[in-house]
Design a binder for this molecule. Structure first.
Ligand code: F6R
Length: 250
């Protein structure tokens, strides 16, 4: 794994924004579409702001970009302020020139009986566009990536999942109390993530230091699903000093 440590999250986010810019330039020159796998949560917020600034400055265009988000709570109305649909529209999609029909997010609105086929279609849509070029990830304090909670296996694909207690505790403040945090979600699987050609995992702050150490250097185990990233040939880890505090990189 390639580990990049920055003084702060702003510089780390700038680095990732430039990587995305370079990928878009390279692929659009060849008139190819660019397939990005996107994350939500607090970690990528600065990155999306940087990408929006680059777009406003005429330095980047998303006209040839197709995106697939990692996950969405279920049940969850797309209009809810807690939905990842709302998050993505607000912070990124509505502010740039991406085509709405090119933005894919698992739906929190599908009926329970339709979830399985919805998940299969989501996987197929990724395959149909040629697979994900670059997958962005954050990491949960329990080692989840997407909503692949402890116990998720390396061959898992997009599916209905139960949220781990720690994940619900971490989300409680945003939902105004743990009782309001959904118990379920739809998430891309570990296999879906590992099929991406390139993966960029970002982590900021001391709260992530322990799990970053364990997932980058610990035993590969479903107990900490991010450890499966050790098996991927093209992973970039982007950290600020605090998240990197417990790893020895020299
Ligand atoms: C979000 C996602 C999650 C988050 C993780 C970290 O789409 O898939 O795995 O990346 O929970 O969340 P933050 O960034 O809020 O610390």
């Amino acid at each position: 794994m390639n580990i990049n440590i920055f003084e702060n999250s702003e510089l780390g986010s700038q680095f990732v924004a430039e990587q995305i810019q370079a990928l878009i330039k390279k692929k659009t020159k060849l008139t190819e579409e660019v397939i990005l796998g996107l994350a939500t949560g607090s970690t990528p917020k600065e990155l999306y702001k940087k990408l929006v600034s680059m777009y406003k400055a005429g330095e980047i265009s998303f006209e040839q970009v197709i995106t697939f988000n990692l996950d969405e709570y279920h049940p969850m109305s797309h209009d809810s302020e807690h939905s990842y649909h709302h998050f993505m529209n607000q912070i990124f999609f509505d502010a740039v020139d991406i085509k709405a029909e090119n933005t894919w997010i698992p739906s929190g609105e599908v009926e329970k009986a339709q979830i399985e086929s919805h998940c299969r279609e989501y996987e197929q849509q990724i395959v149909d566009v040629g697979g994900i070029d670059l997958q962005l990830l954050g990491i949960g304090t329990n080692g989840h990536i997407g909503f692949n909670e402890p116990g998720s296996t390396i061959d898992s694909v997009t599916r209905y999942v139960e949220l781990d207690e720690q994940t619900r505790i971490d989300a409680a403040a945003a939902f105004g109390g743990i009782d309001n945090v959904p118990r379920n979600a739809i998430s891309m699987g570990i296999d879906t993530i590992l099929k991406a050609k390139e993966i960029v995992l970002m982590a900021w702050g001391s709260g992530k230091a322990e799990i970053i150490r364990d997932c980058l250097f610990g035993e590969i185990t479903a107990v900490k699903p991010a450890t499966f990233l050790q098996k991927h040939p093209n992973v970039h880890i982007v950290l600020d000093r605090e998240a990197a505090a417990l790893i020895d990189v020299d």
